[in-house]
Design a protein around this ligand. Structure first.
Ligand SMILES: [Zn+2]
Ligand SMILES: [Zn+2]
Length: 261
């Protein structure tokens, strides 16, 4: 299984998940041009994308979708709430329900509800041939249910949106600060580390810090805080970025840790 995080952050999110010949796009929140450029750099043929999964309807997760679908008309899977919340929902979009697994080619997708100020947001647990990946951004808290669903993953792509102090003293207007820090906002580094402490297990191989704010956080700080939690565990660590792609790969039948690039 290979996950290419094409972009991650408040200005746009998109990732490609490939396993056993199946290829899915998770969110499409960067321009189609940027999406295709980043895919090409990684050798991903957009013609191979079989479906788009959406976490929720916020602009930083859907803004390139309309143009992408004009060029590559594939099914869009989203919860009914997400479809309702979209300004221009693609025809036929839907078919995802929290807690109900969907099989797409070789990949099983389990949508898990997140706590975020969108209509019906979800994260995903993706499974293929014994590989299990948790993909969670845009949530104000890690609920008990979310933690249960993320248990046993080989890779965790987990939001580390802001540093609490940087958010508090930063330039954002007070209502926006409150929104971000709320139970339906975004995870702080501290919250993500707290969740991770509970989620570390002997099968966990890699953790990726996701949706890192460019104003209220920085990748070095995220890496340091996650590293402190993962110290001595042998778990590999990376921080996804708005500006460049990050690849997490776990080869079938290999026990070695996944290469990061
Ligand atoms: Zn959002
Ligand atoms: Zn977002």
């Amino acid at each position: 299984m290979r996950i290419s995080v094409l972009a991650s952050g408040s200005s746009g999110n998109a990732a490609v998940v490939e396993a056993g010949g199946t290829c899915l796009l998770v969110d499409c929140g960067i321009s189609c041009r940027q999406l295709l450029t980043r895919m090409e750099a990684l050798g991903i043929d957009p013609e191979r994308i079989e479906a788009v999964l959406l976490t929720h309807e916020h602009d930083d997760h859907v803004k390139g979708l309309e143009v992408f679908l004009r060029r590559h008309p594939v099914p869009v899977l989203a919860t009914p709430g997400t479809v309702k919340g979209m300004a221009a929902p693609p025809p036929g979009a839907g078919a995802l329900a929290s807690g109900r697994e969907v099989r797409l080619g070789t990949i099983t997708v389990l949508p898990v509800p997140t706590s975020h100020d969108a209509r019906e947001p979800v994260g995903f647990v993706l499974e293929s041939a014994g590989h299990r990946v948790g993909f969670v951004t845009d949530t104000g808290v890690v609920t008990q249910l979310l933690a249960e669903r993320l248990a046993g993953c080989h890779a965790l792509l987990l939001e580390c949106n802001h540093d609490r102090d940087m958010l508090r003293v930063g330039p954002y207007p007070w209502p926006l600060k409150q929104r971000i820090a709320s139970r339906t906002g975004h995870l702080s580094n501290e919250q993500s580390c707290g969740a991770l402490e509970r989620l570390v297990h002997s099968g966990l191989e890699v953790v990726v810090g996701m949706h890192v704010s460019q104003t209220n956080n920085n990748p070095g700080l995220v890496a340091r805080e996650l590293a402190a939690v993962l110290a001595g565990s042998g778990v590999r660590l990376a921080v996804a970025s708005q500006h460049s792609a990050l690849v997490v790969e776990r080869e079938a039948g290999r026990d070695a840790g996944p290469p990061l690039g």
